[in-house]
Design a protein around this ligand. Structure first.
Ligand code: FES
Length: 120
């Protein structure tokens, strides 16, 4: 992952404790007027687009399975939050975003050559 040129980093919280996770260990977070989903599984933070690539289910309203896949609330397709791979096999791809915990806060990376309007 190229952290120098490829991503614009947006601060989303001062620290992990400040992120308001729901009971399903996911949170919605807004960056540049777009909403993302952040998940916390086994103390690992991951981030992805808010809408499912299948038919727009709101992923933060789904759940995480035992190995940390995100499961869409609409049709239960599963996606790896590490790679975006559709682990239940339907052939879709979930856009994931890098997320980093730094001394100055928690940051999400948005690809510079991929403007925010791909996140509908
Ligand atoms: S909308 Fe997410 S699985 Fe169908």
């Amino acid at each position: 992952m190229n952290h120098n040129k490829k991503y614009q980093w947006h601060k989303v919280a001062e620290n992990v404790d400040e992120i308001k996770f729901s009971d399903n260990d996911m949170a919605e977070i807004k960056v540049a007027n777009k909403t993302f989903c952040i998940a916390l599984h086994n103390n690992i933070l991951t981030a992805c687009t808010q809408k499912c690539p299948h038919a727009g289910g709101i992923l933060s309203q789904g759940f995480l399975d035992a190995v940390g896949n995100i499961v869409c609330p609409l049709h239960r397709y599963k996606f790896s939050l590490q790679s975006g791979r559709n682990t239940s096999g339907e052939g879709y791809y979930l856009k994931t975003l890098p997320i980093e915990i730094r001394e100055e806060g928690v940051f999400i990376g948005v690809e510079e050559n991929n403007p925010l309007n791909w996140l509908k």
